[in-house]
Design a protein around this ligand. Sequence first.
Ligand code: ADP
Ligand code: MG
Length: 192
Amino acid sequence: MMATPCSLPLQPMFELIVGPMYAGKTEELIRRLRRAHHAKRHVVLFKPEVDNRCGEDACTSTHNGDRFPAEIKKTAREILAYVLEHDVDVIGIEEVQFFDEEIVEVIHALVYVHRKWVIAAGLNRDYRGKAFGPMARLLQEAFEIYPQHAMCSICGQPAYHSQRIVPAKELVLVGAKDAYEARCTVHFDQDA
Ligand code: ADP
Ligand code: MG
């Protein structure tokens, strides 16, 4: 999304939005990117190829159906190349847990070397309750962390876990609407 460029220097920043599925991570990411756009920054949202929930469109969508244009990238390195080539100011990264481990070094370089503003959103834990891909290292890198929670699909209490409700062995089963539910700790069964 292009805006008339802002002449004020940008404060390098790395913000990380974390939580289970349905927590509003994408909503919060889009809200922050729209504000950066209003602040006249050149904003681009990236998402991993594995997230195909917008169909063929190059965009990201929330569980509410809100959408935001997105560049689809296979690797962390491709994000860095795009940002430098297009002189992007504010970099949104959706489903950051699905990028390769090099995403940690790429974000570090974007912030410390290229003085960029990075806002990423991701699942802190997989459906078994284990750290998800690069997330543990990203949590340690982030300057600001925004934990989000959903509401438990069984009891309505705050939910911090993503429960897989269909049998499948693969760790990555993206966004299949009926495959996961938000669950509180009482109703989360990591062995299910
Ligand atoms: P995330 O990116 O964290 O998966 P989204 O930003 O795509 O979440 O969607 C958040 C929206 O999902 C909420 O605003 C709400 O309308 C909807 N939603 C559906 N199920 C739930 C739930 N169990 N708890 C909270 N919000 C839910
Ligand atoms: Mg999301």
